[in-house]
Design a protein around this ligand. Structure first.
Ligand code: ZN
Ligand code: ZN
Length: 145
């Protein structure tokens, strides 16, 4: 039986059916998109403003503005002060959560981790194989007697 996948919108608490793991309902998402367009237009209309001026002037939530910055939506827009510390080393960056160096390291670690998991899984498979083989041996020998 498949369980109906429903969720409470993280913002308006309304129940909705997420299609790909979203946390907010389609209406809130649409409102967000509208706000994003408004913010983008504000930056276009006010060349050279800073992030703080943008947040104050456009009335957009700081969280939304910073999310847009992280997504790289203001690259080459001339928005000033759109940098924040890398979540790992604290170096100032302008998009994503990590600087390119840390991203490279994280990728390497992820690969190492995947490899480690893989060899662990293989070892476990081998073990279960040996186990079932010896079980069959035992069965065979009990049958032949
Ligand atoms: Zn909602
Ligand atoms: Zn870093």
């Amino acid at each position: 039986m498949t369980k109906l996948n429903i969720k409470n919108c993280a913002r308006c608490k309304k129940i909705f059916v997420p299609t790909s793991g979203e946390k907010i309902c389609p209406e809130c998402r649409a409102a967000d998109l509208e706000m994003e367009e408004h913010v983008k237009a504000y930056v276009r209309d006010h060349p050279g403003i800073t992030v703080n001026e943008l947040i104050e002037g456009s009335g957009a939530p700081a969280k939304l503005v910073w999310r847009m910055i992280r997504q790289g939506q203001f690259e080459n827009s001339g928005l000033k002060g759109a940098s924040y510390p890398c979540a790992n080393c604290g170096k100032l960056i302008t998009r994503d959560n990590y600087c390119s160096e840390c991203l490279g390291k994280l990728k390497q670690n992820a690969q190492k981790f995947a490899k480690a998991m893989d060899s662990k899984r293989r070892a476990a498979e081998k073990k279960s194989q040996t186990f079932s083989d010896s079980m069959y041996d035992a069965l065979d020998s009990s049958r032949s007697h």
